[in-house]
Design a protein around this ligand. Structure first.
Ligand code: MG
Length: 422
């Protein structure tokens, strides 16, 4: 074995130095030992609640949705009695240090001690960057998997950069700094576990002085991390106003699902049929349609709204319209199905779902419904509080076949796609 050059300190052996070869794995490491005194809250900011759960839970969940990762390690303070995870893919290590770099270094040693190899990748991520999305993480991984060094998400500097006279209570601009080559470092930062641990090991003696992120340790070790453009929303929640902004963003469903966060997508189907009899008002899609007959039922028998209600309830796994509004319950006799749909939709949205789109078909031999489709679409979109282009209504006949074709009944079908907020 060649001796290291004399200028380099002899590094002590690390747990993965003699690990056998194997397929390369990826791990996430989340240092979460900070006290977060700038957030204005009494406790650490990673334990503040945002959109129904703690900051750290949002962060860990984003990583758990990335199927490429073998596990997530969370580094907490040695005396932390708050954080625990029931998910078997999450390991919690009570080895947090005085600085972020120290926590990361200890976390890397814990990761190596639990079987990670030096050639495996680690994605180190700030606990307080809870707005990271799974597809941002996946894009970083895909970009860096074949890179010799690794790199980080970063944001090209969006604002004009001013340099000020140093150490003055009354700062004035000395120069405007060209910004085209300036980036704001974000996380995750993705490096080989061996290279990053070695780089930090070399800084341990100095108390990790000047090491503000993983990339700075890698740079000091003589390597040049790759910059991968990250999203502007990937901020670290620090100040009280950040929390309000983060909460608003977390409550807004994202319509850009990646291949591995499909669990946020839910599909539902609905079907309904009612007999068409003389002397009843014909209601379809919440619209009164002039006709000699109407649909027979306990409520106003709007088969289209019933099919849509079932599709929405089905997607959210909330049962069906019959469970919610039993047809033997006198309070629903003659009920306006628009009200029933609105009530069901409220239950669905309370679970954190938003509508991606809804598509429905009315099958009726008569009357002709083409002229009413837009009215139905608008009415349903208004009921659900969505854009009209998220709702589509189709109408067709049954070619005189079967009971629908003979004008004895009207049948409706619907499919709905929901997206869970997150
Ligand atoms: Mg019905």
């Amino acid at each position: 074995m060649p001796l290291p050059p004399p200028s380099m300190p002899v590094a002590s052996p690390l747990p993965f130095d003699h690990a056998p070869d194997g397929p390369v794995r990826l791990y996430a490491l989340i240092p979460s030992a900070g006290s977060g005194s700038r957030s204005g809250a009494a406790g650490p900011k990673q334990y503040q609640r945002l959109a129904g759960q703690r900051v750290i839970d949002h962060t860990v969940q984003a990583f758990l949705q990335v199927g490429l990762l073998s596990g997530v390690g969370v580094v907490v303070a040695p005396d932390d009695r708050v954080y625990a995870s029931a998910d078997p893919r999450v390991r919690v290590w009570h080895v947090g240090g005085a600085t972020r770099a120290h926590s990361v270094y200890n976390g890397l040693l814990a990761l190596a001690g639990s079987g990670a190899r030096g050639t495996d990748w680690v994605l180190v991520h700030d606990a307080a960057r809870c707005l990271i999305r799974p597809h941002d993480i996946e894009r970083l991984i895909q970009t860096l998997m074949d890179d010799p060094v690794g790199g980080l998400l970063a944001l090209p500097l969006p604002d004009t950069l001013k340099q000020a006279s140093p150490d003055t209570p009354d700062p004035r601009v000395t120069v405007t700094v060209p910004r085209s080559d300036k980036w704001l470092a974000q996380t995750p930062q993705m490096f080989r576990i061996g290279a990053l641990t070695r780089a930090l090991q070399a800084d341990e003696a100095s108390g990790f002085d000047g090491i503000t992120d993983e990339a700075s340790a890698i740079e000091r070790a003589g390597m040049s991390p790759k910059l991968v453009a990250g999203p502007a929303r990937n901020v670290k929640v620090t100040y009280p106003e950040d929390f309000a902004l983060a909460e608003a963003l977390l409550m807004t469903p994202q319509m850009t699902p990646s291949t591995t966060d499909m669990t946020r997508l839910r599909i539902g189907e609905g079907w309904d049929v009612h007999a068409l009899v003389p002397g009843r008002r014909l209601m379809l899609g919440g619209i009164h349609i002039p006709h000699h007959s109407g649909l027979l039922g306990h409520s106003d028998a709007d088969a289209l709204l019933h099919a849509i209600t079932d599709a929405l309830l089905g997607a959210a796994a909330l049962g069906d319209i019959g469970t919610l509004f039993p047809d033997h319950d006198p309070q629903f006799e003659g009920a306006d199905s628009s009200r029933l749909l609105a009530h069901a939709w409220e239950q669905v949205t309370r679970q954190g779902y938003a509508l991606a789109n809804l598509d429905a078909t009315v099958i009726a031999q008569a009357p002709r419904l083409g002229a009413y489709k837009t009215q139905m679409q608008t009415h349903i979109a208004n009921l659900l509080g969505v854009r009209t282009d998220q709702v589509n209504i189709k109408a067709k006949t049954a070619e005189k076949l079967g009971p629908v074709g003979q004008g004895l009944s009207i049948e409706c079908r619907a499919v709905a796609l929901l997206v869970k907020a997150g």
